[in-house]
Design a protein around this ligand. Structure first.
Ligand code: MG
Length: 186
């Protein structure tokens, strides 16, 4: 980061259980189902100066349950759908590794966030990672960002990871809270 070209604040989003229904190893582009409020939430964040990327663990690929061509098509369709809703998702980052693989790109490691930051000159210290798992929360923290946990599927107090800065029922509530904390002017 430098003064002449300051990095942008971003919201980096988990995919399954955050933007779309978690169908467990989604492999069918026709089965994508968007969660309530996601388009409104990202338009609101867009209007307050954030840019977007998606970071998704995909252990279904090495398991043989998700075909990489389908994965690419799913991401192409999600990107096109959000574009039609006025929201530009810069990039989709996926980590096609097994759950026991400690690859730098597999959340809770920060590699996908760092990749997005390098490609788009993001200022991670002013950015947020949003997901429905404590591994998402930890990936955000390891990248030097702040983290949002969605929903109630995780036991925050029982986790070995640090708690999220924001815990919200869904992405729209989370968006309002992120904006309230940052007060980035449109
Ligand atoms: Mg998820």
């Amino acid at each position: 980061m430098n003064k002449l070209n300051p990095g942008k604040p971003a919201v980096i989003l988990d995919r399954d259980g955050t933007l779309i229904v978690d169908l467990i190893y989604l492999n069918d582009p026709d089965a994508i189902e968007y969660l309530p409020g996601v388009f409104e939430a990202l338009r609101l964040l867009r209007d307050h100066g954030y840019v977007f990327a998606v970071a998704t663990n995909q252990s279904g690929v090495p398991r043989g349950l998700v075909d990489v061509r389908n994965l690419d098509e799913i991401h192409r369709r999600i990107q096109a759908k959000f574009a039609g809703e006025g929201v530009d998702i810069l990039s989709f980052h996926s980590a096609p590794y097994m759950t026991d693989n400690d690859h730098i790109h597999r959340k809770p490691n920060p590699g996908m966030l760092e990749e997005a930051a390098a490609w788009y000159n993001l200022d991670l210290s002013r950015s947020w990672m949003v997901g429905d798992r404590m591994t998402d929360v930890e990936a955000g923290h390891r990248a030097g960002a702040r983290s949002v946990l969605l929903g109630t599927s995780e036991d925050v107090a029982g986790s070995s990871f640090d708690p999220p800065e924001i815990h919200a029922m869904n992405l729209l509530f989370a968006a309002r809270e992120m904006i309230a904390r940052d007060i980035i002017k449109p």
